[in-house]
Design a protein around this ligand. Sequence first.
Ligand code: SF4
Length: 224
Amino acid sequence: MARSYVHEARRRGLGRRRERTVPIIERLAESLPEATIALRFRSNLELLVSVMLSAQTTDVNVNRVTEKLFRKYRRPEDYLAVPQEELERDIYTSGFFRQKTKSIRGTMRVLLEEFDGEVPTRLEDLTRLPGVARKTANVVSSELGHAQGIVVDTHVRRLSQRLGLTRQEDPVKIERDLQKIVPRADWARFPHLLIWHGRRVCDARRPLCEECVIEGLCPSSRLR
Ligand code: SF4
């Protein structure tokens, strides 16, 4: 399916994906100035924990959990000072609480032992933390102003395919495609723009093409 949209863009004379990408970013940025991360955090550590908790659940749910959590746990040491079961209870409603507790405590240990208790910004350092995979590392480094990749979640995957920016299905390959066409300065905001556009306008089942600011650049538009 993704393959056909890349061809469809050519067939409709919309231009190459490299030429369409910057106008897509500009138009979305203009229409969605509020498109930023939905997780609430006040420090680098809170950002890291929030992103780790967000696996398999919604940002709204994570914010609900962290509102209390971050009042109690302020430093890496705090996550290790309580029994494992207590942290499990405190993050229980975020789902997969056992695995997440294990990852968070393991991460805090490595932060203290190897990074002076600070959250690193380099992707290769972040991915050394237990339970921190490439996507989590990408989100954290991007939010900290050191984007070294492009976050590809389900929305970014779907929208990139629908816009004919990639033929790939695998997130790592999609990221590689996007890195070639998205200007580096936009690596951090690009995923937010697609995520917000996907939620507000380009719904998976019922896209509102008639209200879409990038309709003229989209090979999946239902208006033509
Ligand atoms: S034109 Fe339609 S399918 Fe294309 S991005 Fe806009 S809403 Fe989505």
